[in-house]
Design a protein around this ligand. Structure first.
Ligand code: PMP
Length: 439
């Protein structure tokens, strides 16, 4: 029957005209996903899967309030911000009210995370008059020329080490599980690494204009930095005349549950903050928060205008997402379900040697799989096998990290406790299977 997906044909159609598609999963048995509903994805055979990966669908798949807001706006007016319309004014007021600090009282609207981080770096450059940027190893910040240059993940960018522009300087990934420093006072050691780089740049006469990183180590599987790390680094950057950029694209807007923004977990306020993904709930939306002084630096350096960034429909979408997060208490929900998930995963870690560590918080967690708890050798094949097998158990989960050995947990914020349990129960069954199979 026509409603049974022809996966091979679908793959052929996709790869013929889109050979650059970055990632493909479930080689010979990829489900054809037709619908989404809250924290579920439903295939053409009507089978439902618990969706543990779609962080962009922050308010859940197919949310009627979001869909209706966009639909109504599209039926009324959709145009860009060269005109006055109240939905934009209301949206930016709401965004500013959500800022981690009153100093970040200005927002600029774009359409994606890459654009937001790119604009953030552009602002830092015109504000400081310096082009050098310090970033962390194993980070991902986007696909544009500038964000690709600062994406240091070898997985995303294999050629980068040879082609990286001279203005990019890379400090240690802050990984307290497998990095060079693993103690609870590791903040000092990791911060010292950044300070050494900053001093080196100063002595060469090319001081850093900006320090850019995610406030939680996303590619590591959501590893939270040791207490005080960003406080020390931000202070050192500012002492030397640079500005601090936080990439909140992945973790911001309530996903961490206990914090609205990742920077709050570290007790810092950035000078510039890039937000996207969750912001549009699936509608393409990005935003840069900054101070009036930094935003003013752009005047005389060209202009900032984005045709669809801040259009009526994107403002309506953004406003609907903020309403839903508030009205449904999704950040508090992420904290509660995240705590439940973390304790169940921790219990799993106690029973299964393969589970080396549980990282993260709220609905941003990572299950790191290792062959040996002492050497921490990454269980790469096992992780791939587990992801594949979890599909059979009705759960969509994928691997992350440079070593592809961390199950990433970043579901829609509407993930229910019951479905969190479905994930953990399925994972336990599959862990028993993998333990028997890979012995
Ligand atoms: N920064 C981070 C931390 C990201 O995770 C991503 C997307 N994976 C980006 C930037 C780029 O966002 P986009 O794909 O919306 O351009």
């Amino acid at each position: 029957a026509h409603w049974i997906a022809d996966t091979a044909r679908e793959r052929e159609r996709r790869t013929a005209a889109m050979p650059t598609a970055a990632e493909r999963y479930y080689d010979d048995h990829a489900p054809q996903i037709e619908r989404g509903w809250r924290d579920l994805l439903i295939d053409t055979n009507g089978r439902a899967y618990v969706d543990m990966v779609n962080n962009v669908a922050s308010v859940g798949h197919a949310h009627p309030v979001l869909a209706n807001a966009v639909n109504q706006q599209m039926l009324t007016l959709n145009t860009n911000s060269r005109f006055l319309y109240s939905v934009l004014a209301e949206y930016i007021e709401r965004l500013v009210a959500l800022a981690p600090d009153p100093t970040l009282s200005v927002v600029m609207l774009v359409n994606s995370g890459s654009e937001a981080v790119d604009l953030a770096m552009h602002l830092a450059k015109v504000h400081t008059g310096r082009k050098d940027v310090v970033v962390l190893r194993e980070g991902y910040h986007g696909w544009t020329m500038a964000t690709d240059a600062v994406s240091t993940s070898a997985f995303d960018n294999p050629a980068a080490s040879g082609s990286r522009p001279a203005w990019v300087h890379v400090a240690d990934a802050v990984n307290t599980y497998r990095g060079p420093h693993r103690r609870s006072d590791a903040a000092d050691a990791y911060a010292a690494d950044v300070v050494t780089l900053l001093d080196d740049l100063d002595s060469k006469g090319t001081p850093a204009g900006a320090f850019l990183c995610e406030p939680v180590f996303g590619n590591g599987g959501g590893i939270v930095y040791p207490a005080g790390y960003l406080q020390k680094v931000y202070a050192a950057v500012r002492e030397r005349g640079g500005v601090c950029i936080a990439d909140e694209v992945q973790v911001g807007l309530g996903r961490l549950g206990h914090y609205t923004w990742g920077v709050e977990q570290q007790g810092v306020v950035p000078d510039i903050m890039a937000v996207a993904k969750a912001l549009g709930g699936g509608y393409p939306l990005g935003c840069v928060y900054t101070t009036p002084a930094i935003a003013a630096s752009l005047e005389g350096e060209g202009m900032f205008f984005s045709s669809a960034g801040g259009s009526t429909a994107s403002a309506a979408a953004g406003l609907a997402v903020l309403d839903i997060i508030r009205d449904e208490g999704l950040q508090q929900h992420a904290a509660a379900v995240g705590d439940h998930l973390a304790s169940r995963l921790e219990a799993l870690r106690e029973r299964h040697l393969l589970v080396g560590a549980i990282h993260g918080m709220g609905l941003y967690q990572g299950v790191e799989l290792v062959l040996d708890r002492d050497t921490r050798a990454p269980a790469v094949n096992e992780t791939a096998w587990i992801c594949d097998r979890m599909l059979d158990h009705g759960v969509i989960v994928q691997a992350t990290s440079e070593r592809r050995n961390v199950l990433k947990v970043k579901p829609p914020l509407t993930l229910t406790t019951e479905h969190a349990d479905v994930f953990v129960d399925a994972l336990e069954k599959v862990l028993y299977e993998v333990e028997a199979r890979f012995k």
